[in-house]
Design a protein around this ligand. Structure first.
Ligand SMILES: Nc1ncnc2c1ncn2[C@@H]1O[C@H](COP(=O)(O)OP(=O)(O)OP(=O)(O)O)[C@@H](O)[C@H]1O
Length: 780
């Protein structure tokens, strides 16, 4: 009678301590579901797992904001989360990295400010710009604080700033961006200032993208991936997404899916897929946008799980040494988190949005590297050039109302590279986007920095009108699929429990019949095999439901498995059978049942405890609830084990004694003789609240009384649980007794009937015998 059900499978992830992603967790605590069948085809505009049939409607548009206002909110509490104020243009920021130790020899290439010069003074508070003072090994203070390549005017907290390139010849260029972060600003500060609003937008249902752009060795990977000491934007974003769920006061359910891709030499590789050779990932145009075929997605339930997956993917990435960067990224990388959310069963408004975090490979001079690096550099530069053209066309489009200078519809060359095709949904307007340009402080890199700023100012002109992404047919979402599956499993569980209850009833009737008469026991022998299967099935179903429920994250306590399926339900079933079995069978049977039930109770308790802890929502149930559930379980167990203890000791079997000793939970302590109230009174008398206790004897007395009180309180709690359990059992027993007496009555009636029949038959036999003897006399 095994049922077939799909259960969430555990991710096979390994832990690598070298990860820069924080808080890696042990393999065993991971639960994730990869859904290759569903994620095989992914549409980027539509929910990716559902192929091309999804239709998406746009709901609302917002515009006109102070770009910095929302950015200033640090992500401290979700109670502060206000609806995101959307940006009408791509946000563009620059980050100037510090001078590295390895570069200090290049200080000659810095612009030396002649002592006589009066313009471009460096205020003492901003001297960090000239040389870097962070306490990490990569950087150090420049030998001469008068050396400078860049000036960031206005400080990094103003909305727009000018960066001036100061050339020895005196030429000056200035660029105005949304924000410029000098080398003293940390990644966390950048996150708080500029990235957090995008994460919030993504959680609210807007597609959001963060793109790190810049020449090689300017700090893109440092900014996006970070180090152990300074986590990158990816880690900060992911953590904030999960924190948002925990802290959001609006009751919503969330489902997160993660994908991790790299574009290497114009090939898209799935970094979550461990298959070798890697499966090809292909792009197609679908009716609802881009379709990505062959990409794996992982359903993720915690930031730690995401970090572990990214860490594994990281090891499959293409990284190599170039003349400028020992660990240069040789590919463009995209981490994408899909966020499905819904307000509950009644809410049709299921939202699907994505948060894309992109670390582009850096452009570089291909001349300076070897053949392999040259080829890679060629592909990198080509795709970046296409990105530049796409950005140029889009910015022209924005300035000319959708037509080019000749009045014709503007062509956007998305298809010219894999990178731009992948970025199309982020660039084409229906998304919030932040472009983070990474800049080298070195004067020798001025040309590239200049190009980066040109790209940045073009991108800044691109208009965007992000809208909340909703799904009309919510059955198409993975969130709804999982919900349906959980309902289905719960249904199966109810059936399995009913089946087990019937088996138990059959057992008790059967054993009663056995007691009454061994010959009339036609109701069937005890079928332990079937019972075992039913118990196993219940266990499997409970675990499957728990695993499925874990995949759906809830913003605040929702009715969980514990409500629909009380933690102790399985325990109750087992205990029921345990107590009923007291009356049945021979000594041998009894012994076998003791073993069997003790084993079962142990495993049920393990499941119940697991269920109590694991089915908690990320928001976290209260510790109190957990403790009270555990003490309830203890009480129940105490009662049962006490009973079993009596049976086992009656059998005087040393093995049974051993089993009892080894049990996890002890039987409840016997009630102390002293009543509760007098104990407290004694304690009060021994330890007046306002008087310090000085005598050692008194201290010992107080300690003994305290221990007794604690023991008594514990015993009372257990007895309460025990008594309600016993009451339930008593009711069951009464019911059974009634059934037995009915059966007895029926048997007695039948017996009387049979006796009557017997007497009649006897009379008939006697009369026949008489008749026969009369006939034989006549014959003779
Ligand atoms: N803000 C910073 N503070 C300290 N060190 C930094 C900072 N930014 C970058 N670095 C260091 O500079 C070096 C190059 O950085 P990174 O590898 O991130 O550059 P990149 O732009 O990703 O290069 P590529 O495009 O070649 O991959 C690294 O050693 C990194 O640790």
């Amino acid at each position: 009678m095994k049922r077939v059900f799909r259960s969430a499978k555990k991710a096979d992830s390994s832990n690598n301590n070298d990860s820069v992603f924080p808080d890696s967790i042990p393999k065993s605590s991971l639960v994730s579901t990869s859904n290759p069948s569903k994620s095989d085809i992914n549409s980027v505009n539509a929910p990716p797992h559902s192929g091309s049939t999804m239709s998406i409607s746009s709901r609302s548009t917002a515009s006109g904001v102070d770009p910095c206002e929302s950015a200033r909110n640090t992500p401290t509490s979700a109670k502060q989360f206000q609806p995101t104020r959307l940006q009408t243009n791509v946000q563009v920021c620059a980050r100037i990295r510090p001078v590295l130790v390895s570069e200090s020899k290049e200080t000659d290439s810095f612009f030396k400010i002649p002592k006589r010069r009066t313009f471009l003074p460096i205020p003492s508070s901003r001297k960090s710009l000239t040389g870097i003072t962070q306490s990490n090994n990569h950087s150090k203070r420049c030998p001469d604080e008068t050396l400078v390549a860049w000036d960031v005017s206005g400080g990094s907290t103003t909305a727009s700033q000018a960066i001036q390139i100061q050339k020895i010849q005196g030429r000056t260029h200035s660029y105005t961006l949304d924000k410029v972060f000098d080398s003293s600003i940390t990644t966390q500060q950048i996150y708080n200032e500029s990235v957090h609003p995008l994460v919030q937008a993504a959680m609210e249902g807007y597609h959001s993208t963060v793109l790190a752009y810049g020449q090689t060795s300017t700090g893109k990977t440092y900014t996006m991936t970070g180090t152990k000491e300074s986590p990158g934007l990816i880690a900060l974003c992911i953590k904030d997404c999960f924190r948002f769920v925990q802290q959001n006061e609006e009751p919503r359910e969330y489902l997160f899916r993660l994908s991790y891709l790299e574009v290497y030499k114009e090939h898209i590789r799935d970094l979550l897929n461990s298959k070798t050779p890697p499966e090809p990932v292909r792009l197609f145009d679908g009716p609802n946008g881009l379709i990505i075929r062959g990409m794996k997605e992982e359903v993720v339930t915690s930031a730690q799980q995401v970090f572990q997956l990214l860490q594994q993917g990281e090891q499959r990435r293409q990284v190599g040494a170039t003349h400028m960067n020992q660990h240069s990224s040789r590919s463009h990388v995209m981490v994408r988190l899909w966020i499905e959310s819904s307000g509950g069963d009644q809410d049709d408004n299921t939202r699907i949005s994505s948060l894309s975090l992109v670390d582009l490979a850096g452009s570089e001079s291909v001349r300076l590297n070897g053949a392999e690096r040259r080829e890679e550099g060629h592909y990198i530069n080509k795709s970046l050039m296409t990105l530049g053209q796409v950005v140029l066309s889009l910015s022209d489009l924005s300035s000319n109302n959708g037509v080019n200078k000749n009045g014709k519809e503007q062509h956007i060359p998305y298809r010219d590279s894999k990178l731009t095709r992948l970025l199309q949904p982020s660039l084409s307007g229906n998304a919030q986007m932040l472009l983070l340009c990474c800049i080298s402080p070195l004067a020798s890199h001025l040309e590239e920095s200049h190009n980066t700023f040109k790209f940045a100012t073009r991108a800044k002109r691109i208009e965007q009108k992000a809208t909340i992404q909703t799904v009309q047919d919510k059955d198409e979402t993975l969130l709804q699929t999982y919900r349906d599956e959980i309902e289905d499993l719960k249904q199966q569980l109810a059936e399995a429990k009913e089946q087990k209850r019937q088996l138990l009833e059959l057992q008790s009737v059967s054993s009663t019949a056995k007691i009454l008469s061994s010959t009339t026991s036609t109701l069937g022998a005890l079928n332990y095999g079937e019972m075992e299967t039913a118990t196993e099935e219940i266990q499997e179903l409970v675990e499957a439901i728990q695993n499925m429920e874990k995949l759906i994250l809830k913003s605040r306590p929702h009715p969980s498995l514990e409500e629909t399926l009380p933690v102790s339900s399985m325990l109750d079933v087992t205990l029921e059978s345990l107590l009923q079995s007291d009356d049945e069978g021979t000594d041998d049977d009894e012994e076998m049942l003791v073993d069997e039930h003790i084993g079962r109770v142990k495993s049920d308790v393990a499941i119940c405890v697991k269920s109590s802890t694991s089915s908690r929502s990320p928001a976290g149930d209260s510790e109190d609830e957990l403790h009270s559930e555990l003490s309830r379980i203890r009480g129940l167990l105490g009662s049962v084990l006490q009973r079993r203890g009596v049976v086992a000791s009656q059998m005087a079997s040393p093995e049974k004694e051993e089993i009892r000793k080894n049990l996890v939970f002890a039987t409840p302590p016997r009630l102390p003789q002293t009543p509760d109230r007098s104990l407290s009174e004694e304690l009060d008398a021994a330890m007046p609240f306002d008087e310090p206790i000085e005598s050692e004897e008194k201290k010992a007395e107080v300690e003994t009384l305290r221990k007794q009180l604690e023991e008594y309180e514990r015993a009372t709690t257990m007895c309460k649980a025990d008594s309600s359990f016993l009451q339930k059992q008593l009711q069951e027993k009464d019911k059974l007794l009634e059934e037995v007496s009915n059966l007895l009555e029926a048997v007695e009636q039948r017996q009387a009937q049979l006796e009557n029949e017997n007497a009649l038959l006897k009379q008939e036999v006697d009369s026949l015998k008489k008749r026969r003897s009369g006939t034989s006399i006549n014959r003779s």
